[in-house]
Design a binder for this molecule. Structure first.
Ligand code: AMP
Length: 118
């Protein structure tokens, strides 16, 4: 069973922010912003590659509810899902990083030249 499935099953603890029948939101253990919350579907999906439109519709409504709950909806935030090796995905259970609470930098792209990746 994967790490996030264990969190869903309450086999390992997490700092839960919001939960409904199908989705769970909890604080990232290694926050990269003042607000750094992970949202996941409770049913295991490996990554964004496999997720259905139906699950994404539910996820969208869940994230919209979450950002209001933690009061970052008007100040702004970033939604990120890392996919696969090049995307830097460490946990192979679909998750969305919700980052906010401060003006976020775009460091890894600010001085990037596409030619550097060729
Ligand atoms: P990614 O690199 O996109 O797969 O992101 C995985 C995220 O999961 C990282 O930001 C980790 O800090 C976070 N993480 C790993 N283990 C836990 C845990 N037990 N509770 C909360 N967040 C975790």
């Amino acid at each position: 069973m994967c790490l996030f499935c264990k969190i869903v099953n309450k086999e390992i603890p997490a700092n839960i922010v919001l939960e409904n029948k199908n989705f769970l939101a909890f604080h990232d253990i290694n926050p990269k912003a003042p607000v750094h919350i992970l949202t996941i579907p409770k049913l295991h999906v490996d990554s964004f590659n496999e997720v259905t439109g139906e699950t994404m519709a539910g996820m969208t409504a869940f994230i919209q509810e979450l950002v209001k709950e933690v009061e970052i909806d008007t100040s702004g935030y970033r939604v990120i899902s890392n996919v696969g090796d090049n995307g830097g995905q460490e946990v192979k259970h679909l998750h969305f990083h919700i980052l906010g609470g401060a003006k976020l930098k775009w460091d890894h792209f600010s001085d990037a030249d596409p030619k550097d990746f060729l």
